[in-house]
Structures are given as structure tokens and as C-alpha cells.
Design a protein around this ligand. Structure first.
Ligand SMILES: C[S@@+](CC[C@H](N)C(=O)[O-])C[C@H]1O[C@@H](n2cnc3c(N)ncnc32)[C@H](O)[C@@H]1O
Length: 271
């Protein structure tokens, strides 16, 4: 193995991560974070962070939700900054980080690690005094899908449990932009706006899905790859497959409608 400039992994773990797909079935969520409609698992985030950074480096999630990236970074001994628009989720993220710190007390690495949750708008990231970071790991709202018709039973179930069915009613919330092109352009502007915060050669991983709406596909992952590829270099994709979801009989007997159980983890680099 030549000198490893990217991470602290041994060659075997490095190679394992380089497969272009992985199956990760999220473990059950803690009660405190259930109110958030869509989060990625900390265990998944930690694998990405440990591949794309070294211990002691800094990670940013500009839409950090309830803080999965920050908790994963803390576990991996990386500093992290998260921006979240919804004050409720930002507060939960702070609380989750605090709980994680308490549960890891006594472990020397944790005391030194900086973790900061900023309640604010990702579009203003450069104004929040965030230092230059070594890696961005994030996932945006999948357009306005939480507002879309469908999955009514699931929505009703969440509502009766007092859980959120949309992220917020804030107009700055990109999940509230209903025009697809406008949404895509704004999202690309937000990610492009992070460039001054990114170290040269830093990677950016965006976890995203293509979106089905009104009987057709809006190729959000592919559009984002193309458009953001004009700002950073689009290096690769890695597919996150879920293999424990219940199949629904969409279009049974009449049309092809897939059960979409994969996300794209798009890899860009600030070259
Ligand atoms: C897919 S969720 C991220 C979930 C997060 N990865 C986690 O595991 O908890 C997208 C998040 O983006 C937030 N968001 C939407 N627009 C935003 C904006 N302009 N600035 C910051 N956060 C925003 C939403 O409130 C939501 O929590």
C-alpha cells in the first residue's frame, strides 16, 4: 500500500468500500429522532466519513436534520459542523450529540472533538464562521415529495403519532419549492456556495434518489450529477440498496412501477 493520504483505513477495508454498491438496512430509529421524516443511519455515515477523511479532520453537513452526520463524525473522532433550518431538528441534533458525548465519556478522543449545530439556512453557509472543511456528507429533501399525494396511510399513521410529515413550512426549506427546475437550480446554488469552505481536493458526498411523481421520473440524482459536475468534478456513484422493505403492488396487472429501494451516493471532488 502506498502512503495513505486520504484516510486511516487498512488496504482490505479500503478495497471493501470501493465496491460500487452496498446493502445497508437501517437499524430501528431512536424515539427522539422519529419525528424527522427522513434520516440516514449514523452507521452508514460513519463508513463514508472514515473513508473520505482522517481522524482529526473536519466534516460538514449543510442540511443535517437530526444530526446523523455529526454523531457519526464524533464516533469517528472527526470534528463536524451541521446546518439545519428547522429549529426543532437542530435542537434534537444538539441533544443527540450531547447524549453521544455522555455515553462516550472517559474516551480521550471525544473531549477534543468539536461538534457544532448551527440553526440556519444552508444558502448562507459562508456567513456562519465555519472553518475550511475536509469533507461534506449530506442529503437534501428529495424535492417536494413529502407534500406529494400517495403513501396516505403512512402519513396518517405518522400524524396520529404526532410525527412530522413535512420538514417545515419555511419558504427557505428547499423541500417547499414545488417547481422542479427551480428546486434543482436552488439546490445546486446551495452546494456550489460551499466551495469557499472546502479544502482543495476535498470530497462531497450527496445521498439522493431519483423522484417519481405523477407517473413519471424526475431524475434528480442524474440532474444533480450533471449540474453540480460543472462546479466540482463528478467522480463516481455508489448505490445504497435497502433489502428489508415491504413490496407494494404498484401498477399490478397494468403497468411497470418499481418499488425503489436504492439511493445514489454521488461523489464529487473539489479539484
Ligand atoms: C433528508 S433531510 C436530512 C436528514 C439528515 N441527513 C439526517 O440524517 O437527519 C433534509 C433536511 O434538510 C433541511 N433543510 C431544508 N432546506 C434547508 C435549508 N435551506 N437550509 C438548511 N437545512 C435545510 C430539512 O429541514 C431536513 O431536515
Amino acid at each position: 500500500m502506498p502512503k495513505n493520504k486520504l484516510n486511516d483505513l487498512d488496504p482490505k477495508t479500503w478495497l471493501k468500500f470501493q465496491k460500487s454498491w452496498f446493502i445497508h438496512n437501517p437499524p430501528p430509529r431512536k424515539r427522539d429522532v422519529l419525528t424527522h421524516p427522513a434520516k440516514f443511519p449514523e452507521t452508514l455515515a460513519q463508513e463514508f466519513i472514515e473513508f473520505f477523511t482522517k481522524r482529526g479532520q473536519t466534516v460538514l453537513d449543510p442540511m443535517c436534520g437530526t444530526g446523523s452526520t455529526l454523531i457519526a463524525a464524533l464516533r469517528a473522532g472527526r470534528h463536524s459542523y451541521g446546518i439545519e433550518l428547522n429549529p426543532k431538528y437542530a435542537a434534537i441534533a444538539r441533544q443527540m450529540v450531547e447524549q453521544e458525548r455522555i455515553s462516550r465519556q472517559g474516551k480521550a478522543d471525544v473531549a477534543e472533538v468539536v461538534t457544532e449545530v448551527i440553526q440556519g439556512d444552508a444558502a448562507q453557509a459562508c456567513q456562519y464562521h465555519i472553518p475550511v472543511v475536509d469533507y461534506v456528507l449530506t442529503s437534501p429533501p428529495y424535492w417536494d415529495m413529502l407534500h406529494a399525494k400517495g403513501a396516505e396511510n403512512q402519513k396518517k399513521r405518522r400524524e396520529t403519532q404526532g410525527l412530522d410529515v413535512v420538514y417545515s413550512d419555511d419558504p427557505r426549506d428547499v423541500g417547499n419549492i414545488h417547481d422542479y427546475q427551480e428546486f434543482l437550480e436552488h439546490l445546486v446554488r446551495i452546494y456550489a456556495g460551499l466551495k469557499p469552505l472546502l479544502r482543495v481536493q476535498a470530497y462531497v458526498t450527496i445521498i439522493v434518489k431519483n423522484v417519481k411523481k405523477g407517473g413519471k421520473i424526475y431524475p434528480l440524482a442524474w440532474d444533480l450529477g450533471r449540474e453540480l459536475g460543472k462546479i466540482y468534478v463528478l467522480k463516481d456513484e455508489k448505490l445504497w440498496l435497502q433489502d428489508n422493505q415491504r413490496l407494494a403492488p404498484f401498477g399490478l396487472g397494468s403497468a411497470w412501477v418499481s418499488n425503489t429501494f436504492h439511493h445514489y451516493c454521488l461523489q464529487f471532488r473539489n479539484e
